[in-house]
Design a protein around this ligand. Structure first.
Ligand SMILES: Cc1cc2nc3c(=O)[nH]c(=O)nc-3n(C[C@H](O)[C@H](O)[C@H](O)COP(=O)(O)O)c2cc1C
Length: 141
């Protein structure tokens, strides 16, 4: 059975709700899913996983959350080459620039994304929940 972690940071619960839907998609495919906040995850855990979904909202000025999530993700980058990885997160007033930057960071680090990233404005609606489930399912395939 494949083991997949959903690792997220969320200040007001929107990305957390997305993470829960990603986990549901993973479990519906019969894979072993694990929901962790960014403070519960570190690079030493990568080897034991088949795939990882990372979730973080747009923070600062179109960047990842800088005190916890960004340092965790940076420390993981060198271990993520060859892993199945996908990205998701919520945003507010922007146009998704933070996610484009995050995808570029991955590309430059040699991290190949397993499927399209999922972004949603504030709290996920039904369509965004379905997209998050599909992201989880894609990682479990
Ligand atoms: C300190 C702070 C900075 C933010 N910066 C941005 C931003 O640069 N672009 C944007 O679109 N939304 C920004 N937002 C809005 C959040 O991304 C949005 O409310 C999101 O739904 C929060 O997700 P969460 O509930 O998972 O924390 C910011 C919110 C906060 C509190």
């Amino acid at each position: 059975m494949s083991k997949i972690a959903v690792v997220y940071w969320s200040g007001t619960g929107n990305t957390e709700a997305m993470a829960a839907a990603v986990l549901e998609g993973i479990k519906e495919k019969g894979a072993d899913g694990l929901l962790l906040t960014s403070s519960e995850f570190d690079a030493s855990m990568i080897d034991s996983l088949d795939a990882i979904a990372f979730g973080c909202p747009a923070m600062g000025a179109e960047v990842l959350e800088e005190s916890e999530f960004e340092p965790m993700f940076t420390s993981c980058q060198s271990g993520l080459g060859g892993k199945r990885v996908a990205l998701f997160g919520s945003y507010g007033w922007g146009d998704g620039e933070w996610m484009r930057s995050w995808e570029k960071t991955c590309e430059e680090a040699g991290i190949e994304l397993a499927c399209d990233s999922v972004i949603c404005n504030e709290a996920p609606d039904g369509e965004a929940v379905a997209a998050c489930k599909a992201l989880g399912a894609a990682l479990a395939e």
